[in-house]
Ligand binder design. Structure first.
Ligand code: XMP
Length: 528
């Protein structure tokens, strides 16, 4: 195990992610962890970056006992300053020049060779810097192992102990060889084993869930047909079987066959306790008459979801309360992924997997046990591709695991203008054809998100010698990594023509098919 002590940097989770890529098991704990209370002996310790200056009165500091353990330590950015601060504070100073962005590191030879930390990456290492403070001198008994043009002490190490500090961030992708440096530290210097797999993660999470929930505890969760909630549900089912209750609310704006597919994948194939609530009429009735107000559509979809889900939850709770084998429903499952966690967990923060007192709508007040539901988020440390791998591990079908993201309000924000049953059906059919052709062409995994929308304009066409005046379909397909910006996917003209022809032939009530050529920005990914 490599232990990462978190000082609150936005990149701390990336350290764990890179170690997992190297098949190394790691644990992350707040930087204030009392070392004598550790329940395991790490092979090495990484001190993360952080937003503070070691000079701040309220700056966090590690338990000084870590320097006496004889275990290798790597301090990154703030971690480097923390090491220097513990040795000799006068050497850290607020930098006169803040350094953000790319820089080049040169490994420095000491007694004729580069340090083990820079093995095979000694020359012109492109790195990413993000710091204000920097070292102005070496702490006693340290020497330099790397420099940049602006930081004479970009990397330092202790003369006799395996204590390292680096000013740059090896965990970010802007430091392409950073993973090699982390490997040099974790494997070469600490001797960590590279035997961690997603299968082991799965077993460990199952154990953690069982320990948390106890022998009789019950868990409730919503599934949407999306990747995250399905993976979570499969994991929870593996951990506690029948005591996990999944609810799928059909909001009338789901994709073609979506509810049926989720039912097969989760209930039939995996045996998950799933209730499908068909509330499509309720949702669609509430949406009637809403035009020119996408946020109102979102509110209606969100509030109606809570209303329907709450009712179902209370029903399940009542039924569950009579079961002799199980206790009350105390937990609510959520498929939060790491990128969804807006604030990085701070050094003052709680453990990464659980946060209590979460209020799911008004649900907590209404549940009979009166203490509210506690939130359980087993994917909280994972990135999307890791969640997908876990899903495969748990036996979810490849199509479900690889699915493009789908917004909570569903097709309602892809039908521009009024949402009616007929208009949703038109968009749904066109979307089905578009996605089917994309899959057939082998392009699905190259695209981040694709869908068909129905626009509000009516255009004229001739169909079967008759003039029609009907709405228009817009196709959208984008490539993105973070969904904050997106490029338009470059289909061949022949391909878009095939799609347009199929949609015109198979979907009634439309006059034309357009392809949206607007990137984000200035457009957004969804139409509304
Ligand atoms: P935009 O349209 O903002 O979309 O470029 C970025 C990403 O967010 C998704 N999205 C939503 N997801 N509820 C959701 O759950 C929403 O109201 C919502 N609006 C946009 C969108 O599908 C894309 O992946």
């Amino acid at each position: 195990t490599i232990l990462t002590l978190d000082f609150g940097s936005q990149y701390t989770h990336l350290i764990s992610r890179r170690l997992r890529e190297l098949n190394i098991y790691s644990e992350m704990l707040p930087c204030t962890q009392n070392i004598s209370e550790l329940e395991f002996t790490p092979k090495g310790i990484i001190l993360s970056g952080g937003p503070y200056s070691v000079y701040d009165n309220d700056a966090p500091h590690v338990d000084p006992a870590i320097f006496e353990l004889g275990i290798p330590i790597l301090g990154i950015c703030y971690g480097l300053q923390e090491i220097a601060w513990h040795q000799d504070i006068k050497n850290v100073q607020a930098g006169t020049k803040r350094e953000y962005g790319p820089a080049q590191v040169q490994a420095k030879r000491h007694h004729g060779h580069v340090d083990k930390l820079f093995k095979d990456i000694e020359d012109n290492l492109d790195v990413y810097m993000s710091h204000g403070d920097k070292l102005y001198g070496l702490p006693a008994e340290f020497h330099t192992v790397a420099t940049t043009s602006n930081s004479p002490y970009a990397g330092i190490t202790h003369e006799s102990k395996q204590i390292y500090g680096i000013q740059f961030h090896p965990e970010v992708t802007h430091t392409p060889q950073g993973i090699k440096l982390l490997e040099n530290f974790a494997v070469g210097i600490c001797g960590a084993k590279q035997n961690w797999t997603m299968e082991k993660f799965c077993d460990l999470e199952v154990e953690k869930i069982r320990a948390l929930v106890g022998e009789k505890g019950q868990v409730l969760g919503a599934v949407s047909g999306g990747v995250d909630s399905s993976v979570c549900a499969a994991l929870m089912h593996k951990a506690i079987g029948e005591r996990f209750h999944a609810v799928l609310v059909d909001n009338g704006c789901m994709r073609m066959n979506e509810c049926a597919e989720v039912k097969v994948a989760l209930e039939k194939n995996l045996g998950i306790n799933l209730t499908v609530v068909d509330a499509s009429d309720l949702f669609l009735d509430k949406l009637a008459g809403v035009v020119n107000d996408p946020e109102k559509k979102r509110k209606i979809m969100g509030n109606t979801f809570i209303e329907v889900f709450e009712k179902e939850a209370l029903r399940i709770e009542e039924a569950a309360a009579n079961s002799p084998k199980a206790g009350k429903i105390e937990w609510f499952l959520q498929g939060t992924l790491y990128p969804d966690v807006i604030e990085s967990i701070s050094f003052k923060g709680p453990s990464a997997t659980i946060k209590t007192h979460h209020n799911v709508g008004g649900l907590t007040d209404k549940m009979k046990n009166g203490q509210g539901l506690k939130l359980i988020e087993p994917l909280r440390e994972l990135f999307k591709d890791e969640a997908r791998e876990l899903g495969r591990q748990l036996g979810l079908p490849a199509e479900l695991v690889g699915r493009h993201p789908f917004p909570g309000p569903g097709i309602s924000i892809r039908v521009v203008g009024e949402v009616t049953r007929e208009r949703v059906e038109i968009a749904r059919k066109a979307d089905f054809i578009f996605i089917e052709e994309i899959r057939k062409a082998g392009l699905y995994d190259q695209i981040s998100q694709a869908y068909a929308a129905l626009l509000v304009v009516n255009a004229v066409g001739v169909q079967g010698d008759k003039r029609v005046h009907a709405p228009v379909i817009a196709l959208r397909a984008v490539k993105t990594t973070d969904f904050m910006t997106a490029d338009v996917f470059d289909f061949s003209r022949k391909f878009t023509q095939t799609i347009a022809s199929r949609i015109m032939n198979e979907v009634d009530g439309i006059s034309r098919v357009f392809y949206d050529e607007t990137p984000k920005p200035p457009g957004t990914i969804e139409m509304e």
